[in-house]
Write a protein that binds this ligand. Structure first.
Ligand code: GTR
Length: 420
């Protein structure tokens, strides 16, 4: 197959949607560039599974996220609390502490799990949060995270790097628990900072230092993992626990994440095929958006602002994305033939909505190898019009966020593919 040519724009961005330009950032569709995407080199489904998929996975390890080290250890699960009448009787709520007995310097992760109060084992959405369990849940008895946290937009919610009472429920609109539980799905979540605090030196207090032979003196080399890799590892440990819980249908786990945690969700889904459905909510650059398109955030911007998220090698592609042997369509393709959903938001130009659509579009030939339809349309759909079969896509009204509209599509997609 010939390398796919990036399509130059067919539609100029409508003036009504035009983004306030940031100096040095391109929002002009005619200037996105036309570098060809790396060739998927497709032959057969068998060849993809046995050869090409592992090759591409390794390219993402070497050039983008780094390799998850082997031999980290066997996690220990402690169910620390169970409440059978959570959310006014709708759900059972459990807290599970996941730790590594052989890595005692890592404080471990506190997972919050909501299960529908039903006889049948429930399929489960698995995702990390930005501000802790107390911010996800509307319930006042959820312990407040004691870990380091980034400053919050909500006044008083985080003081001196710690969450306060004012953080309670702040993220609950992003986690519509009732809606999800009423549809028969469970939700497992955990604060991402439990795994590694999200700042340049956060790794020193997180999993990566605990696992590295050089501890907090480690000098990270090309191909070694970054924070996204560590967070993705945490998602897989949540899957480990969920597969032991008889109230969970461990064959039906969906991994979900927003923004930097959407990048994380894609990387977790790429590495861990137990995630039978992968969801990227507004993941943008370094996630679902094609890096070869110069639109909104670029490799140059992200590697300067957040070098700790990625492997060191990735900085080579700053201002030079065309030299990177992978692009986002290959990351999406790593989910094949499992269902995957990519969501954009109409005001989230920074994440490059069209670049997110095109990664799904250009991953579709891999799904075709398996006799599955990805995205048939050549052009992004109208706002609020979901498209796609095994690769779903929508561009929702509004800004960079997770809303009920997004969740409705994920629930519908999961129900459709899982017959639930
Ligand atoms: C932005 C970053 C994006 C996205 C976002 C987020 O500042 O440039 O790539 O990850 O943060 O995670 O909220």
């Amino acid at each position: 197959m010939k390398p796919t040519l990036l399509l130059l724009s067919f539609l100029a961005v409508s003036p009504a949607l035009a983004q306030t330009p940031r100096p040095g950032v391109n929002y002009d569709e005619t200037k996105v560039g036309s570098d060809p995407l790396p060739d998927l080199k497709l032959t057969t489904a068998e060849d993809w599974t046995a050869k090409r998929r592992p090759e591409i996975l390794k390219l993402f390890e070497d050039h983008v996220y780094g390799k998850t080290p082997a031999g980290i250890g066997t996690p220990k699960f402690e169910v620390t609390a169970v409440k059978k009448d959570a959310l006014n009787g709708l759900a059972t709520r459990k807290f599970i502490h996941i730790s590594l007995p052989n890595r005692s310097s890592w404080p471990g992760m506190d997972v919050m799990l909501y299960l529908p109060n039903a006889e049948k084992a429930a399929p489960c959405f698995v995702g990390l949060s930005f501000v802790g369990n107390q911010a996800v849940s509307p319930e006042p008895d959820v312990p407040i995270s004691t870990r380091w946290m980034r400053p919050s937009k909500v006044k008083g919610a985080v003081i001196d790097g710690r969450a306060t009472e004012a953080s309670r429920g702040n993220s609950s609109s992003r986690w519509p628990l009732e809606m999800i539980l009423k549809r028969g799905f469970a939700v497992a979540t955990c604060y991402y900072g439990d795994i590694e605090p999200d700042h340049d030196d956060g790794w020193k207090d997180g999993l990566r230092a605990a696992v590295s032979p050089d501890g907090a003196s480690t000098v990270w080399k090309d191909g070694e993992w970054g924070a996204i890799g560590a967070w993705a590892w945490g998602l897989s440990r949540m899957a480990d626990y969920l597969q032991t819980d008889p109230q969970i249908d461990g064959q039906h786990l969906a991994v979900i994440g927003h923004s930097r945690l959407g990048k994380t969700s894609l990387w977790a889904g790429a590495q861990d095929e137990r995630f039978g459905f992968v969801i990227s909510n507004n993941s943008g650059e370094g996630g679902a958006a094609l890096m070869r398109r110069d639109y909104g955030e670029t490799t140059a911007i992200i590697t300067k602002a957040f070098p700790h998220w990625f492997t060191h090698t990735y900085t080579r592609y700053s201002g030079n994305a065309a030299a990177c042997p992978v692009d986002a369509h290959m990351l999406i393709a790593l989910a094949a033939p499992r269902p995957i959903y990519i969501a954009s938001a109409a005001e989230d130009y920074w994440a490059d909505q069209k670049g997110e659509f095109l990664s799904g579009k250009h991953a579709s030939p891999v799904y075709a190898l398996f006799g599955k339809k990805g995205i048939a349309a050549d052009e992004p759909p109208a706002i609020d019009r979901p498209v796609g079969d095994f690769i779903g896509y929508h561009n929702r009204t509004g800004e960079h966020n997770v809303t009920d509209f997004d969740w409705t599509q994920y629930l519908n997609f999961a129900s459709r593919h899982w017959g639930r």
